[in-house]
Design a protein around this ligand. Structure first.
Ligand code: FES
Length: 185
């Protein structure tokens, strides 16, 4: 199949890539751009794990082709900066493929986590996550002892590294396209 060149602006940065016409936007984001904050769950447009913003409108990236995003603006969870999304850790769909190691399953918590992901309204997101926190505190599926902080060292030979915020270890490579090696002179 003939690939097509597209330019997509993701989280404020333009990317030009040759893509197969049937490449899903979720796969494009995860495998081409290494933006793994966009998760894949049901792959049928039901769970909302893959939701991204396309020109500010929430869409299921598992039902959207990458070529449809050509010339448009995409926002992923990485672009939300320090807006921690607890979906991967506590949604029941993440027991096998995510970090829900406690296998916690609470339909109300699932609903709150999905609502938090799907809305771009900060007040609604805050309310959804507050509901999730109340349910979590009532059932205590796991005892949270600490919140991880990520640190990494950068060689002085490399410039252009932006270090924050780091919500996941992979975030340290978020701006790798802007990194430069200082030439030895
Ligand atoms: S992966 Fe479930 S809606 Fe896309």
């Amino acid at each position: 199949m003939t690939s097509r060149e597209i330019t997509v602006t993701v989280n404020g940065q333009a990317y030009t890539r040759a893509v197969e016409p049937r490449l899903l936007l979720s796969d494009f984001l995860r495998h081409e751009l290494h933006l793994t904050g966009t998760h894949v769950g049901c792959e049928h447009g039901v769970c909302g794990a893959c939701t991204v913003l396309l020109d500010g409108v929430p869409v299921r990236s598992c039902l959207t082709f990458a070529v449809q995003a050509g010339g448009h603006v995409v926002g992923t969870v990485e672009g939300l900066a320090a807006d921690p999304d607890p979906y991967q850790g506590w949604h029941s769909s993440q027991s096998e493929t995510g970090y829900n190691f406690a296998n916690w399953s609470n339909p109300q918590a699932d609903q709150a986590l999905e609502e938090g992901r799907l809305t771009t309204d900060q007040a609604k997101r805050k309310a959804a996550y507050a509901t999730f926190q109340q349910l979590f505190a009532a059932e205590v599926p796991s005892l949270v002892l600490y919140y991880p902080q990520y640190h990494f060292a950068v060689s002085k030979k490399i410039t252009g590294v932006t270090a924050d915020p780091l919500d996941t270890p992979a975030d340290r490579f978020r701006t790798i396209a802007e990194w430069k090696f200082k030439s030895a002179t």
